[in-house]
Design a protein around this ligand. Structure first.
Ligand code: F1P
Length: 346
C-alpha cells in the first residue's frame, strides 16, 4: 500500500489522483453528509475517517455499524454519500447496508482490499487498498491501509473544497509519505512488547483508553486482543472512564493508554493519574521523547511522532504486537481464531 501510495502522490497536489473515485468525485466534494458503513476493524477505520473528513474537509460524517444500519430505517437524503469499508469485500452486513443505501438513491463508494469482490462490484466507484492478502482472519495491515486510503480521500476532498490551505495540504502529503518509515520503526518495539506480554498474558480483562484520533485505536487494540487471545477487553474514550469503567479499576486490571502527544494530552495525563490512584497497572503508548507520561506509567512503549490525524497508523502497531504475543503465549492460533470467519457472509 505504501509503495502504491507513493506512486499515486502526485507532486502536483491539485491533480492528485486516487484512481477509483473519479466520476463520483463531485458528489463527494459537494456531499451534505458522509455516512460510513462497515463492521469490526473496518468500522474502527471508519471512525478515524470521520475525524479526518470533518477536520480536513468540514463535511459532517456518521459512522454506522453496517449490521445495525441495514436493519433500521435510516434517513438517507439526496446529497448524502455512503462509504463502505471492508477488508474482505464479502461481509454480508456491509453488502446489505450498501444495497439499502443504493435503493434509496445514495451514491455508494467502496474502500476495499479484495479486487473484484462483491463489495467492490456493488460500489458505484471506489478505491482498492491493495494491502495484499490478510494471512490471518483478524485484520491488521488492512486497517493501516484503510486509514491511508481514507486519509488520501479526505485530503483530496479537502483540497477541492478549499478547506485546507495549500501549505497544510502539502504538509499532510509529505507526512503521509513518512508514515511507512515510522510504521517500520514500530516493529523495533517487538522485544519490549514481548516482555510486557509475558507479564500480562494471564490477565482476565484489559481496558484500552484513548482520546481523539486515538479513541478508535483503543477500540481496535481491545478488539484485536479479544479476537486472537480470547481475553475480555474493552476500548473506551478516556474521558468516558469516569462515567462507568472507572469502577472496574484495581491492580488486576491492566489499562493501556494510547497517550501520544496531541491536543488532548493534558487530559490524558489526568486520566492516567486517576487510574494510578486506584492501583491500576498502566501500559502507555507515548510519542518518542515524551518526558512526563513515562514517569507515571508502569510500562512505556514509544512510537515516532506524527500529526494527530495519522497517529492511528502508527499507534495501532504496538497494540497489534501486544495481542499477537499474548495470543502466542496463551497457545492460541493467531491466524485462525476460534469462532471467527475471514469473511462474515451470513
Ligand atoms: C470485518 C470483520 C473484521 C474482523 C474479522 C471479521 O470484515 O469484522 O474486521 O477482523 O475478520 O470481519 P471486513 O468487512 O473488513 O472484511
Amino acid at each position: 500500500i505504501f509503495d502504491c501510495m507513493r506512486g499515486r502522490l502526485n507532486a502536483e497536489a491539485g491533480t492528485l489522483t486516487l484512481g477509483g473515485i473519479h466520476h463520483y468525485q463531485e458528489h463527494l466534494i459537494n456531499a451534505n453528509r458522509i455516512i460510513i458503513v462497515a463492521c469490526g476493524t473496518s468500522w474502527h477505520a471508519g471512525l478515524v475517517a470521520e475525524y479526518m473528513f470533518e477536520e480536513f474537509a468540514r463535511i459532517p460524517v456518521e459512522v454506522e455499524y453496517a449490521s445495525e444500519f441495514r436493519y433500521r430505517n435510516p434517513v438517507i437524503n439526496k446529497g448524502d454519500v455512503v462509504i463502505a469499508i471492508s477488508q474482505s469485500g464479502e461481509t454480508a452486513d456491509t453488502l446489505a447496508a450498501m444495497e439499502l443505501a443504493k435503493s434509496q438513491g445514495a451514491i455508494v463508494l467502496g474502500v476495499c482490499n479484495v479486487v473484484g469482490s462483491s463489495i467492490a462490484r456493488l460500489s458505484h466507484e471506489g478505491v482498492y487498498t491493495h494491502a495484499g492478502p490478510e494471512i490471518g482472519v483478524a485484520s491488521t495491515k488492512a486497517f493501516t491501509a484503510q486509514l491511508t486510503v481514507l486519509a488520501m480521500i479526505a485530503l483530496k476532498t479537502a483540497w477541492h473544497r478549499k478547506t485546507l490551505s495549500e501549505a497544510r495540504f502539502l504538509e499532510y502529503l509529505c507526512e503521509l509519505e513518512r508514515i511507512p518509515a515510522k510504521v517500520a520503526k514500530c516493529f523495533e518495539l517487538n522485544d519490549k512488547i514481548t516482555v510486557i506480554s509475558e507479564l500480562f498474558k494471564d490477565a482476565r480483562n484489559f481496558l484500552y483508553l484513548g482520546r481523539g484520533y486515538n479513541f478508535p485505536v483503543a477500540l481496535e487494540g481491545a478488539l484485536k486482543l479479544k479476537e486472537i487471545s480470547y481475553i475480555h477487553a474493552e476500548g473506551y474514550p478516556a474521558a468516558e472512564m469516569k462515567h462507568g469503567p472507572i469502577a472496574l479499576i484495581d491492580e488486576e486490571m491492566p489499562v493501556v493508554f494510547i497517550a501520544t502527544r496531541d491536543s488532548s494530552y493534558d487530559k490524558v495525563v489526568s486520566n492516567i493519574q486517576e487510574v494510578k490512584a486506584r492501583g491500576g497497572r498502566v501500559i502507555v503508548v507515548v510519542t518518542k521523547g515524551d518526558a512526563l507520561i513515562p514517569k507515571m506509567a508502569d510500562f512505556v512503549v514509544e512510537v515516532p511522532k506524527t500529526c494527530d490525524a495519522f497517529m492511528p497508523m502508527v499507534s495501532v502497531v504496538p497494540l497489534q504486537l501486544l495481542s499477537y504475543h499474548i495470543a502466542v503465549m496463551r497457545g492460541c492460533n493467531v491466524d485462525q481464531p476460534r469462532n471467527l470467519a475471514k469473511s462474515v457472509t451470513v
